[in-house]
Design a protein around this ligand. Structure first.
Ligand code: ATP
Ligand code: MG
Length: 300
């Protein structure tokens, strides 16, 4: 992501490069239709219930009220295909093998990436689980970001985060808002987290609900706090991971304390910029894997 518009300079490598986008207008090849993954698509997400459908038992629900995925793929005339950068491996697969300072760098990469993306596109991911954060090797020891009039530098430990899967995301580009209405994913009353405290949920599901509670069906509007809720979820995942749970690893307890402090601060913030400004001003919150910042030098 690289923009130099009226917001000043904005650049980060936290999101994949998209090389090409194709629109396939013929029917989809058989290998897609037959793929196991396609057969297992979640019908509820593709075809939200309209409320006008008659009640059906679970055995007939899919085939009667909604078209099959096979029908959809063979009759729908247009499919978008994106050719994008190889983003490495899902965080979910490698988190147990990470070292504490690598974890801290990856967390900071996510936080800075969101700060830049919020400024550039009012971007909200709205589905930031460990399968949608990828990690790849980088030769660069230091990652560079640009934020308005500042260059930002961060040690990489030769790992780079790439955030994928914008299916649920929201952004604004050239005054047009792109978003997905997600209200159908929540049953009546679920959006009010206060009313649902008795219902024990996984933290991931709690995060969807907390996000919906902030957004309150207003999916087109900008709620940068949704990014903070997802970052809290991700940092807590790291806090429970083998990488920093045990003190045997050097820096484990220091990184654990720092990330716990980040969670407490994020809870009270509304935007990633607000969070970043807060931690950057306090040296004790920018230790071990320090973020460095300098003014961009404009030539001429
Ligand atoms: N650019 C990429 N580079 C490497 N692997 C990728 C890339 N994009 C997707 N993948 C792989 O494909 C998986 C699914 O991709 P993605 O999250 O975009 O689709 P999805 O069907 O919406 O998944 P889910 O519903 O599980 O979130 C990822 O978890 C990752 O393993
Ligand atoms: Mg995904």
């Amino acid at each position: 992501m690289d923009t130099g518009g009226k917001c000043g300079y904005l650049m980060c490598g936290t999101f994949p490069q998209v090389h090409q986008v194709y629109l396939a207008t013929n029917s989809v090849p058989d290998y897609f239709v037959n793929a196991e993954k396609v057969e297992q698509l979640d019908y509820g997400k593709i075809f939200p219930k309209t409320g006008e459908e008659e009640e059906e038992d679970s055995s007939t629900r899919h085939c009667r009220s909604r078209p099959s995925v096979r029908d959809l793929l063979t009759t729908k005339p247009e499919v978008a295909i994106m050719k994008m950068e190889d983003c490495g491996l899902p965080m979910a697969d490698i988190v147990g093998k990470l070292k504490p300072l690598e974890v801290l760098s990856l967390v900071k990469q996510i936080l800075i990436g969101f700060m830049v993306a919020e400024k550039a596109f009012e971007f909200e991911h709205r589905d930031l689980h460990m399968g949608n954060i990828m990690v790849k090797h980088t030769e660069k020891d230091t990652l560079k970001y640009m934020y308005v009039d500042k260059n930002i530098y961060l040690p990489s430990y030769n790992l780079q985060v790439k955030i994928i899967d914008t299916t649920f995301s929201r952004l604004k580009f050239k005054r047009k808002v792109y978003y997905r209405n997600l209200s159908h994913l929540f049953n009546e009353g679920e959006i009010d987290v206060e009313k649902n405290k008795k219902n024990p949920l996984s933290h991931q599901n709690q995060t969807y609900r907390a996000m919906a509670s902030v957004i309150q069906h207003d999916w087109p509007s900008s709620y940068p706090r949704s990014n903070l809720l997802w970052c809290i979820y991700i940092i807590k995942k790291f806090l429970h991971s083998r990488a920093i749970r045990k003190d045997k690893q050097k820096y484990a307890s220091s990184v654990r304390k720092l990330l716990s402090a980040y969670v407490s601060i994020l809870v009270n913030m509304q935007t990633m910029h607000e969070f970043f400004s807060f931690i950057y001003q306090k040296p004790e919150l920018n230790r071990y894997v320090p973020i460095k910042m300098e003014a961009i030098q404009f030539n001429g």
